[in-house]
Design a binder for this molecule. Structure first.
Ligand code: IDP
Ligand code: MG
Length: 155
C-alpha cells in the first residue's frame, strides 16, 4: 500500500497541534507506520528543500524548520499521498480551504504547520530521508475490513 511522509513543523509543536493533527489523520483511516521526534539541521534541509534553494526566503524556511524539534510521521493507505495532501491544503495557509489542516490552523505561508509529500515518487525519497527501514512498522490493522471494500483493498 502507498506510504507518505507528514512532518509536524515547529509551528505545529509551538501551537500545541501535534495531537490534533495526528488525530485527524488517524480518524480518516490511515495507518501510522512510523513516528519520531527529530532536530533538523542544515544538511537534511538543504536536501529536503533543494527545489527552493534559489529562493530569497530559503534561509528563512530552514531557520523556521530548525527552530524546535519536529515530529516526523509516516502513514499508509490507498492513495495515501493524495489523501493527506488534500487534507493539508495549499501552501499559503490564508488561501487553504476550511477543513484542511492549513486552512483551519494557520495564517502563514512559511509557518504552515505541516509538510506533506506531493507525489508518490517524492514520498518514497522523503520517507527514506527521514526514516530508517527499522523505524517503519508493519502490523495488522484490525479495522481494515471496514476501512475499505474488498474491491478497493484486498491484502
Ligand atoms: P508545500 O509545503 O505546500 O509542498 P513547497 O512549495 O514545497 O510547498 O514549499 C515548501 C515550504 O517552503 C512551504 O511549506 C513553506 O513553509 C515554504 N514556502 C514556500 N513558498 C514560500 C514563499 O513564497 N514564502 C515563504 N515561504 C515559502
Ligand atoms: Mg512541497
Amino acid at each position: 500500500m502507498e506510504k507518505t511522509l507528514l512532518l509536524l513543523k515547529p509551528s505545529a509543536i509551538q501551537r500545541g497541534l501535534i495531537g490534533e493533527i495526528i488525530s485527524r489523520i488517524e480518524k480518516k483511516g490511515l495507518r501510522l507506520v512510523g513516528i519520531k521526534m527529530m532536530q533538523l539541521n542544515d544538511d537534511i534541509l538543504n536536501e529536503h528543500y533543494a527545489h527552493l534553494q534559489h529562493k530569497p526566503f530559503f534561509q528563512n524556511i530552514k531557520n523556521s524548520m530548525m527552530a524546535t524539534p519536529i515530529v516526523a510521521t509516516c502513514w499508509e493507505g490507498v492513495g495515501a499521498v493524495e489523501v493527506i495532501r488534500l487534507m493539508t491544503g495549499v501552501t499559503n495557509s490564508r488561501l487553504a480551504l476550511p477543513g484542511t489542516i492549513r486552512g483551519d490552523f494557520s495564517m502563514s505561508v512559511t509557518e504552515n504547520i505541516v509538510h506533506t509529500s506531493d507525489s508518490p515518487k517524492t514520498a518514497i525519497t522523503e520517507i527514506k530521508r527521514f526514516f530508517k527501514d527499522e523505524e517503519l512498522f508493519d502490523y495488522e490493522m484490525a479495522s481494515l475490513g471496514y476501512l475499505y471494500a474488498k474491491d478497493e483493498f484486498n491484502p
